[in-house]
Design a protein around this ligand. Structure first.
Ligand code: UT7
Length: 312
């Protein structure tokens, strides 16, 4: 049993923090940030703006796009690691905000920057099993909550935002979420993790080395599993952590950069929101067209990595 994409939406906080803004508060430069990461600006939520607020707006926009109300959804899966409340899930919290009048199952997945691939993997499994008819995937993060403003090597890298996608059961197996793969290696969790006082701790160079190896690996694996080659793929939307990582993946996969969506310059690294946000950006800017085949490789804390193939 297949599925198809029937709606999308996103939300970016109004406040934008540029590299020049960072130059004023720490020992860094626009030149360093652009040349090492490709980032130019990132959105940052207000103090009183929560992950749930952002997730709810993105979800409502996806519902509007699909011409549905929240009561038309059978399951909500939210990828996030930065929610203000340890419990309940962001998924449960947004139900009230969206005015749900029926009981809708909702849960979160904590796959860090691979979180939205984990969410897509769950959705594919539910569709394959014929359990749910309409599933909303949300990626929502307030990574600015975790910024250590005394650590220039991580402070400049992250941004906030949310994206949502709605998939519906379909008899075609050639549309929607076609295939997914997820992986993790807990032995390497120390490379990138949150601290007990809510700061990002990262060994940047080691994480970089793993990212440029594991994202292409996941992309190759899923293409071979789905029986396709890179020639069949219209766009790659990689996790947006660093432009150099994205360029290295393109090179390793022998895939042209013109067909790789890059939002890291505008959004920086939004972790579990990254790929979902990027898809909305691509639709809103007429970059990706309906019917095209998208390959989504991702990598993040865990270590986690994986990929999804989606015909939009
Ligand atoms: O989304 C989850 C996955 N995350 C990632 O994939 C991130 C992977 N890692 C990276 O993207 C890169 O490692 C970084 C962008 C984080 C760092 O780039 P790098 O080229 O690996 O730099 P580095 O950590 O080796 O640091 C090089 C130099 C150091 O100075 P010295 O020791 O050579 O004098 C750093 O102190 O750059 C310095 N540096 C900075 N300079 C100006 C580090 N951060 C900054 C900064 N501004 N913001």
């Amino acid at each position: 049993m297949g599925n198809r994409l029937i709606g999308y939406g996103s939300y970016l906080p109004e406040r934008v923090m540029t590299n020049q803004d960072f130059e004023k508060i720490m020992d860094t430069s626009d030149e360093w940030i652009v040349s090492r990461t490709g980032m130019r600006e990132r959105h940052m939520a207000r103090d009183d703006e929560t992950v749930v607020d952002m997730a709810a707006i993105a979800a409502q926009r996806a519902l509007d796009n699909a011409k549905l109300t929240i009561d038309d959804i059978d399951l909500i899966i939210v990828a996030n690691v930065s929610a203000e409340l340890d419990f309940p899930s962001v998924g449960c919290q947004i139900l009230g905000k969206l005015g749900a009048t029926k009981n809708i199952p909702a849960f979160d997945v904590r796959g860090a920057c691979t979180g939205y691939i984990y969410a897509l993997h769950c959705a594919r499994a539910f569709f394959t099993a014929g359990i749910h008819n309409r599933i909303m995937i949300i990626g929502a993060e307030k990574m600015s909550r975790f910024i250590d403003w005394s650590d220039r090597s991580t402070a400049v890298l992250f941004g906030d935002g949310a994206g949502a996608m709605i998939f519906e059961h379909s008899t075609s197996s050639y549309s929607g979420i076609i295939d997914t793969v997820i992986m993790s290696d807990g032995n390497e969790f120390n490379m990138l993790h949150g601290s007990t006082d809510h700061r990002i701790i990262m060994n940047g160079p080691e994480t970089y080395k793993k990212a440029v190896q594991l994202m292409p690996d996941a992309a190759r694996y899923i293409m071979s599993h789905a029986g396709i080659t890179a020639d069949n793929v219209d766009w790659i939307i990689p996790h947006q952590a660093n432009l150099r990582i994205i360029q290295s993946c393109a090179e390793k996969l022998d895939f042209p950069m013109e067909k790789i969506l890059v939002t890291v310059d505008k959004h920086a690294n939004t972790s579990g929101a990254s790929g979902v946000l990027a898809l909305s950006y691509a639709f809103d800017n007429d970059i990706i067209k309906r019917g095209q085949l998208i390959l989504y490789p991702a990598f993040g804390s865990g270590l986690t990595w994986g990929a999804a193939l989606i015909r939009v």
